[in-house]
Design a protein around this ligand. Structure first.
Ligand code: HEC
Length: 100
């Protein structure tokens, strides 16, 4: 039963969460080249994304995956390329987007 304490630690980390989940992180990862908080650029605005996933329990997980692996066909014809450099920050970014 060694995996139970590990699961608890992981859950604790998820609850504590990273604090630097904000616009600076999005800028650092070049997200703002294609996204803005409240207007459409090449990609949908972060507020539109938050609105689309509002009430969806899987939202943060889905968005984390989309950020790392890319996304297409959800908002329009233009696909989002994978952002491998942002993979470590993807969960924090997804959380921030859902807070908008
Ligand atoms: C080259 C332009 C580009 C860059 C850079 C970019 N995006 Fe996107 N993003 C898009 C486009 C276009 C879409 C719409 C894709 C679709 O319709 O499925 C999108 C969609 C998304 C979605 C919604 C995905 C879904 O599953 O519904 C999220 C969240 C997102 N972007 C976050 C980010 C974050 C965070 C970054 C920085 C790490 C980033 N994007 C960088 C163009 C970009």
């Amino acid at each position: 039963m060694r995996f139970i304490p590990l699961a608890l630690v992981t859950a604790g980390l998820l609850i504590a969460g990273p604090v630097m989940a904000d616009e600076a992180l999005a800028k650092k990862n070049m997200c703002m080249n294609c996204h803005a908080i409240d207007k459409k650029l090449m990609g949908p605005s972060f507020k539109d994304i938050a609105a689309k996933y509002k009430g969806n329990k899987e939202a943060e997980k889905t968005l984390t995956e989309s950020i790392a692996k890319g996304s297409k066909g959800k908002f329009g014809a233009i696909p989002m390329p994978p952002q491998p450099k942002a993979e470590g920050d993807a969960a924090a970014l997804a959380k921030w987007i859902m807070s908008l």
